[in-house]
Design a protein around this ligand. Structure first.
Ligand code: AMP
Ligand code: MG
Length: 682
């Protein structure tokens, strides 16, 4: 690492430059500054975004997270006092460890040049293994600040990336200063120890055995409410980014072989299926009528028209074949019945009349065929003409629907078993000391409320066709929560013998001191929280995590990845986020390629005010207009508490979530909006 070239990324934060990239000067100036450092740095990557918190966070976290991270991320602009300046506010929550020394160095340098440096609000720190700095938006200010620290940055970056401190510091601080090309003043020499700890110099400090990425960002519940974060340490990400993370971190589906039967409905095939039998297996009649021997070239007295003796009868239910047909005779045949040998066409009964019956009057003796136009092959299904033996009848990824076509194909060809993707089993847990079972015959006291999330979530999951396990209510204590989550994954009860694949919890993900989900997942279960805040309404604290799980030492089973969705406690938020985030994850786990709710466009029947900041998932009824059949959408309540996240009634009668982008003013009546369909069209 020490000798490797380092990677820097520069994010220009400017409304103007984002509209017209040619107005940006900082990208060029800083690229040149890095170029002047010899071959220490690769040419920096430059991107331009407007003064928008989400956009800034998206870039910084994309650059810092993951294997291919940048060593240094510099934002330029938006650090002043103007109303639209909020780069520090975007960057601060992303920082795992602060670096006030870098801030100090930048400010001290700038203050020597102008007192206006006081008006800068720089931020510096480390996210995972990347150093993040914010510098002013003016090319001059940006250059000064970067130059103030650039000599020390390679060393800082290498350390942040996890280089071994002992090796790095061998030779002492003078060697490092020399390598960096910085000469400290005499007074610096006396004081540097307070900044620079390590083995080669000064006092030794304990060495961490975890990497930065492994350390949790959640509150430590043990330290109590006075020490909790007062703003969420999880970056606010957009719904699209959250969905990407869900898709990326939901484990790939597993395959099982199951018998063909009605329980297959709702499953996705994990293999191509080939016909084990032809359909039909024999030459079959398409109509009720008479099997005939049609002449290959009609004329010369040869015709299907005329009177013929009825030689035999072929019924569809016959287990044996009818006798061969003699020339000059015909055989009565029913729809689906096998054709006698020698017969090559069927005349439908409508094209015939009875000429004479047998002496007992019960059977047909002679029948007249009224048409001469019957062609060879007419009204016959050849063997394999519906399904050819060995042909591909269904494909890997096909959903076995309740319509019946897929089950029909499998059963008609005698397919006995198929490989499908195993549907995930989902445990549903409510959390909160205030919760009471919905059917408990008690009078609620104090702050008690009935647990409605579990029954409503389980109903929804069951209607989607997933097996569920009711995990009950967890108390607001970390130990209790951990025990329930571990038991749920392990499977230790008759109602949950094998362990669940996915856990959905509700409650306990807001900012209160009793909000224990994130710390329990990170600190007790060793899980990774992929996101803990989403820019949406309702559902902001929605949390998605994966947890490594070893079934038990006694089994030879591989380590598995379990998925945990910790949804907000407010009931409308819980149901909306279940539909929006959990469903696509379950779809991936069950092998579907088309994931999540289907989308239609519908025209609003009234105006709806927009949320200024967050995308709203507005509960609505979508139906078709009686006037012109177009899709129309009507809110389940826009006044007062209409869409409040605690009001589960906003989902009663609702069949859609309208996706309303943030902004000022209203979306007007008649405007088309995107509607995510949760249920059938009204
Ligand atoms: P929390 O995130 O735990 O603070 O929960 C947010 C709000 O949702 C609180 O008012 C809770 O009482 C409420 N809540 C949490 N879980 C449930 C539940 N299972 N049923 C109904 N309301 C709930
Ligand atoms: Mg709670």
């Amino acid at each position: 690492m020490a000798g490797q070239r380092l990677k820097a990324a520069i994010l220009i934060v400017s409304d103007t430059a984002s509209r017209d990239h040619s107005t940006d000067k900082v990208g060029g100036v800083l690229t040149e500054t890095f170029g002047q450092q010899g071959d220490r740095w690769d040419k920096p990557t430059v991107a331009i975004v407007p003064d928008n918190i989400l956009e800034i966070q998206r870039h910084v976290s994309r650059w810092a997270d993951g294997e291919d991270h940048f060593n240094l991320i510099i934002t330029s602009g938006g650090t002043g006092f103007a109303l639209k300046d909020h780069t520090p506010e975007a960057v601060l929550p992303l920082i795992h460890r602060h670096a006030p020394g870098l801030v100090h160095a930048m400010l001290a340098t700038s203050l020597e040049i102008t007192p206006f440096a006081m008006m800068a609000r720089p931020v510096a720190g480390i996210r995972h293994k990347s150093i993040v700095l914010t510098v002013p938006g003016s090319p001059k200010g940006a250059k000064e600040c970067v130059e103030a620290v650039i000599k020390l940055l390679p060393h800082a970056c290498i350390q942040a990336a996890g280089a071994d401190s002992r090796t790095l510091h061998a030779g002492g601080i003078q060697k490092l200063e020399k390598e960096a090309g910085v000469v400290p003043s005499a007074s610096d020499k006396d004081h540097h120890h307070c900044q620079h700890h390590g083995h080669g110099h000064g006092h030794a400090i304990p060495k961490a055995h975890t990497t930065l990425a492994e350390r949790p960002s959640s509150n430590d519940p043990a330290v109590g409410p006075t020490r909790r974060y007062r703003t969420s340490p999880y970056p606010m990400i957009s719904v699209d980014e959250a969905l990407k993370l869900v898709s990326e971190y939901t484990p790939d589906p597993t395959i099982v072989e199951v018998p063909v039967g009605i329980s297959l409905v709702g499953a996705v095939l994990a293999e191509d299926v080939f016909a084990a039998e032809a359909v039909p297996a024999y030459r079959a009649s398409i109509v009720d009528g008479y099997a005939v021997i049609a002449p290959s070239s009609p004329g010369n007295g040869k015709s299907t028209k005329g009177e013929f003796p009825v030689a035999s009868v072929s019924h569809a239910q016959a287990a044996s074949m009818p006798p061969p047909l003699d020339s000059g005779s015909i055989a009565r045949i029913t729809t689906g019945a096998p054709l006698p040998d020698n017969a090559n066409a069927v005349v439908m009964v409508e094209d015939t009349v009875l000429v004479s019956a047998t002496p007992d009057g019960k059977e047909e003796a002679v029948v007249e065929i009224l048409t001469a136009d019957i062609e060879i092959g007419e009204n016959i299904r050849e063997p394999g003409s519906d399904v050819k033996l060995g042909s591909k009848i269904l494909e890997k990824g096909d959903l076995i629907t309740a319509v019946g076509g897929e089950i029909g194909l499998l059963t008609s060809t005698g397919t006995k078993t198929v490989k499908i993707y195993k549907k995930p089993c989902i445990g549903v847990l409510s959390t909160g000391d205030e919760l009471v079972e919905h059917d408990a015959s008690v009078k609620l006291t104090g702050g008690q409320i009935r647990d409605l999330n579990r029954p409503s979530l389980i109903s929804c999951l069951t209607s989607w066709g997933f097996p569920t396990v009711d995990l009950g209510i967890a108390k607001d204590t970390s130990g209790h929560l951990e025990e329930i989550l571990r038991d749920a994954m392990r499977g230790s009860s008759p109602s949950n013998p094998t362990g669940v694949d996915v856990i959905i919890t509700t409650g306990g993900v807001s900012m209160g001191e009793l909000d224990l989900l994130k710390p329990t997942i990170e600190r007790q279960l060793g899980g990774t929280i992929h996101f803990g805040r989403v820019s949406m309404k309702p559902g902001k604290p929605t949390t998605f995590a994966t947890v490594p799980f070893k079934p038990s030492a006694s089994t030879s089973k591989e380590r598995e990845t379990k998925v945990i969705f910790s949804l907000p406690g407010n009931p409308a938020s819980a149901l909306v986020t279940l539909n929006l985030f959990v469903l696509p994850s379950l779809h991936k786990a069950m092998g579907l390629t088309q994931r999540g709710l289907p989308v239609v466009k519908a025209s609003l029947t009234h105006s709806i005010p927009k949320d200024p900041k967050r995308t709203e998932y507005h509960r609505a009824i979508v139906g078709s207009s009686e006037v012109d059949g177009r899709m129309i959408a009507t809110s389940t309540g826009i006044t007062g508490v209409g869409q409040r996240s605690s009001r589960v009634g906003s989902l009663a009668k609702a069949n859609a979530l309208l996706v309303l982008e943030p902004g000022s003013g209203s979306i007007e009546k008649g405007q088309l909006v995107e509607a995510l369909m949760m249920g059938p069209i009204a």
